[in-house]
Design a protein around this ligand. Structure first.
Ligand code: PGA
Length: 252
């Protein structure tokens, strides 16, 4: 039995206005009062972060941003920084989601700087890694994963590794309804844990929580969470409905 507390995070992506977010939070909180020992994270767009955080005050639910810049401030139009997120009580930040890598050209070197900036500000990074279907078919999954871990975690110490979360998100499973089977997800996540043991050490690798993401829904969460190395889920589409996401949170 793993000592790692499960984490279920809902990534809203570019969905929900403040009005919609407020209605969601009110409904969701009632539904998860009796959830077991699982960490719950909501990741709304920047515009809703503060209102959602206020709405969750006094609850166990954490709030995460979906991205941030690595600099504390500067002439970077359209960006927000770790100190800005910190001041409004944002606890976590998703970094390197495949949509950021693909549509906004984020690379591992940028991500290493973002991970470091988040850790230095006391914000917990959730670093996403994952292969495309072409990479998987060509037998390149492990090389891709190892490269993203070595690049994105270049400035992290073994002691800091457990202050962050890793999310394995195969690109072919994101938003496609094509969930990785528990066997495929477990194989990749146990490879990630082994790779982290090489990069850091065995103790740090055994402690860090690694989530699976890609078409998680109320019907498949139980089987995924039963796998030995899967410590939680990063949920996109199925997190947009409060009742559906609450039932994922209560997978046990
Ligand atoms: P999905 O997205 O659950 O809609 O597949 C997952 C993610 O992008 O984190």
């Amino acid at each position: 039995m793993s000592e790692r507390t499960p984490v279920i995070a809902g990534n809203w992506k570019m969905f929900k206005t403040n009005t919609e977010a407020a209605a969601y939070v009110a409904e969701f909180l009632e539904l998860v009062v009796d959830a077991g020992s699982v960490e719950i994270v909501l990741c709304p767009p920047f515009t809703c972060l503060e209102a959602v955080r206020r709405g969750l005050d006094g609850s166990r639910v954490r709030v995460a941003a979906q991205n941030m810049h690595f600099k504390a401030e500067g002439a970077y139009t359209g960006e927000v920084s770790a100190p800005m997120l910190n001041e409004i009580g944002v606890a976590d930040v998703i970094l390197g989601h495949s949509e950021r890598r693909e549509f906004f050209c984020e690379n591992d070197a940028d991500l290493a700087r973002k991970v470091g900036a988040a850790l230095n500000s006391g914000i917990r990074p959730i670093l996403c890694v994952g292969e495309s279907d072409q990479e998987r078919e060509a037998g390149g999954t492990n090389v891709k994963l190892r490269g993203q871990l070595e690049g994105g975690l270049a400035g992290v110490s073994a002691g800091q590794l457990s202050d962050m979360l890793i999310a394995y998100e195969p690109i072919w499973a994101i938003g496609t309804g094509k969930t990785a089977t528990p066997e495929i997800a477990e194989e990749a996540i146990s490879f990630i844990r082994g790779s982290l043991a090489d990069q850091f050490d065995k103790v740090a690798a055994a402690r860090v929580r690694i989530l699976y993401g890609g078409s998680v829904n109320p019907g498949n969460i139980g089987a995924l969470m039963a796998a030995e190395n899967i410590d939680g889920a990063l949920v996109g589409g199925a997190s947009l409905d409060a009742a559906g996401f609450a039932s994922i949170v209560k997978f046990g």
